[in-house]
Write a protein that binds this ligand. Structure first.
Ligand SMILES: C[S@@+](CC[C@H](N)C(=O)[O-])C[C@H]1O[C@@H](n2cnc3c(N)ncnc32)[C@H](O)[C@@H]1O
Length: 255
């Protein structure tokens, strides 16, 4: 067995990300979530920050929103372009980092979404603040931001919490997480059942976790107003201490 601790697990497994996350099965459910966001914010243009292999970006574009999927992983972008690059949707994928989004994107979007805990990829509080500031600069006045994070406060210290187990084409991925104060670890076990079963690999992906209070105060100092929190992406359930997700919406003021 090999244990690798690596901050770039997404880069390493980009080519298997859809297998690992059951993207095919997730699509139907996620289509409903994206439809709910479109219904609520009625965006014409969307930035999908942390697009990975592009499912969310594609769903916004398919619904008619001019969409940019952005990621710092070139390998994820390659996978996204392979899947959707030739579509007739108003969709493009580009490289970028949340902390310093490309200048050409300033004031371009009605909606920025940063889903599936992607914001935790910035690792530090200063990275969080820079990213929220940067999301604000690419939004048009009156535009909205949606952040979807894990609700870390509902995860007990040192508990091992299962995330998901998937089996596709003989590849099994078992993922679980563990919280140690500010550190949050995601363990990924990869087992190729077509090969020698003893040759499984375990990866540990670690980052800082952010509290609800830190998200709120950084959103305010980054200039956002009208902050609301929900327990799901459909924006139906109010956030509760036991919610699995913390979904925060925020508006860039008109002036
Ligand atoms: C959990 S995956 C996101 C998944 C995607 N939004 C979805 O719903 O399937 C997180 C993605 O965010 C990207 N990411 C993390 N931190 C980033 C940053 N600071 N700048 C740009 N991309 C980042 C990673 O490369 C990865 O592809």
């Amino acid at each position: 067995m090999k244990l690798t601790s690596d901050k770039s697990v997404f880069e390493k497994y980009a080519h298997e990300y859809d297998l690992m996350t059951n993207a095919g099965q997730r699509e139907k459910f996620h289509t409903g979530e994206v439809a709910a966001l479109i219904e609520k914010f009625k965006p014409e243009s969307v930035l999908d920050a942390g697009c990975a292999t592009g499912l969310t970006s594609m769903l916004f574009a398919k619904a008619g929103c001019t969409t940019v999927g952005l990621d710092r992983s070139q390998k994820m972008l390659t996978e996204a372009r392979k899947k959707y690059g030739d579509s007739s949707y108003p969709l493009e994928f580009r490289y970028g980092q949340f902390e310093k989004l490309p200048h050409v994107l300033q004031n371009k979007f009605d909606l920025v979404v940063c889903l599936a805990n992607s914001i935790s990829g910035v690792h530090t509080l200063s990275g969080l603040w820079k990213s929220l500031r940067s999301f604000s600069t690419v939004l048009r006045p009156g535009g909205n931001l949606v952040l979807q994070l894990l609700n870390y406060s509902a995860i007990k210290e040192s508990d091992l919490v299962p995330i998901k187990t998937t089996v596709n084409d003989g590849l099994m991925y078992i993922r679980f997480s563990e919280r140690h104060r500010r550190r949050f670890f995601v363990y990924t076990v990869r087992l190729d059942m077509n090969k020698d079963l003893s040759a499984f690999e375990v990866f540990r992906h670690d980052f800082d976790n952010f509290t609800e209070k830190e998200i709120y105060s950084n959103l305010r100092t980054a200039g956002f107003g009208q902050l609301h929190k929900y327990g799901d992406l459909f924006l139906k359930n109010r956030f509760a201490r036991t919610s699995r997700d913390l979904v925060v919406t925020a508006k860039k003021p008109l002036i």
